[in-house]
Design a protein. Sequence first.
Lengths: 95, 188
Amino acid sequence: VTDPPRANGELVFEAPWESRAFGIAMALRERGVLDYERFRAALIDRLGDGEADYYCGWQDALERVLVESGVVSAGELERARAESHDSARRSNHRH
Amino acid sequence: VSDDPAIRTAALEALLVEKELLSTDAIDAIVEHYESDLGPQHGARVVARAWVDPDFRDRLLADGTAAVQELGIGGAELNTLVAVENTAEVHNLVVCTLCSCYPWPLLGLPPRWFKEPAYRARAVAEPRSVLREFGVELPQGTAIRVWDSTSEVRYLVVPRRPPDSDGASEEELAARVTRDAMVGTALL
């Protein structure tokens, strides 16, 4: 079986968080939680604003649409970020 | 609060899992699907078939969506597929000026350069220079057509068949078709 075009492909994701940001949006879309056209419009806005990093723009757009559509609140996001920040610091100190 | 995108992504994932809207396994499965199951090998099959089967080529150029369905390829990102054929007179180049619309079921996820602001702007304004930077030097007489993808319409470039490929099997031909050639940023 020939499968060579993949060989000339480059890495799609440069860092693991990029693939998570992508996967979260696609999984929410599949479940009907994320209105994908609305998300796409928010992404276009963000990239048009001059956000140079594609997946940073992706993450911003995703959070914005989820907050605007009431799936999560800004307060919940902030709390989750603080927790994730603390646990990242703890794991940095482990080794 | 941190601006580190890795922390922001992990936080959002944790929050959605906590709210039972998602599971980590579901995200893993989706990423795996996009990284492994989709990819340019599917587009390459379409191109090779068009090279060996003139009737299929005609159907592909007339209605891309229906033609690739014959090969079992379809999906949400392929509502309308338009296949455009390179010839000695015309070279086709695909871009998405607004974001990163791309025929996922045929080519997988787009490469980084496809999403860069520079490519999105310059592919339209100065396609010949952009192509030169990709190492593609076209004769002055070859016209360049630039196709701007949208959420509704996706494009597939059918590259010219390599000159030294007489007698190659369909499978051997498919092996020579590259992703970039199907976006229009490479020749074969």
